[in-house]
Ligand binder design. Structure first.
Ligand code: ZN
Length: 171
């Protein structure tokens, strides 16, 4: 496994459409393993392949809704598609490619995704709250879309620093 550099805003690769994965080979496994290491090192909630410069439909999402005492784990999604959504949440969102910037973004409260695993097997998985938000955010990356394009407003540096944006938010 190797750490890969996270591409930041300003690079056109973040605005490109990603192609489906067709070969579930060792090259894909290496990409996913590298993305896992990069995500853990960056301490993020999710990572999409274009953020490491690869225009393929691969994303990782950290599942933090785990029973007390258990560790969060990484969900690997290849060629993911949203199959259903429910409810709504409006909360702060950031991106490893836009360090230090946060905005308020409306997302569904529950999201079910159909995807393939690293070996090409299809499965469905549901995410709630932050996991649902991360599914939407990462899938947007595959269409070349950043959260700044769907934020209702960006948080001011003061709000980010003080954490006062935690007050009065619908979660
Ligand atoms: Zn992002």
């Amino acid at each position: 496994m190797a750490h890969r550099k996270i591409i930041e805003e300003g690079d056109s690769v973040l605005h490109k459409h990603c192609r489906p994965v067709t070969n579930f080979d060792s090259r894909l496994h290496e990409l996913i393993d590298d993305m896992r290491e990069t995500l853990l090192e960056a301490d993020g909630a999710g990572l999409a392949a274009p953020q490491v410069g690869v225009l393929r439909r691969v994303v990782l999402v950290l599942e933090t809704n785990v029973p007390e005492g258990e560790e969060p784990y990484i969900i690997e999604l290849v060629n993911p598609e949203i199959v259903s959504t429910e409810g709504e949440q409006n909360g702060p969102e950031g991106c490893l490619s836009l360090p230090g910037r946060f905005g308020l973004v409306k997302r569904p409260m529950d999201v079910t995704v159909r995807a393939q695993d690293r070996n090409g097997n299809s499965f469905e998985i549901s995410g709630h709250e932050l996991t649902a938000r991360a599914f939407c955010h990462e899938l947007d990356h595959l269409e070349g879309k950043l959260f700044t394009q769907c934020a209702t407003r960006m948080l001011t540096p003061n709000e980010v620093e003080n954490g006062s944006w935690n007050d009065g938010l619908e979660v």
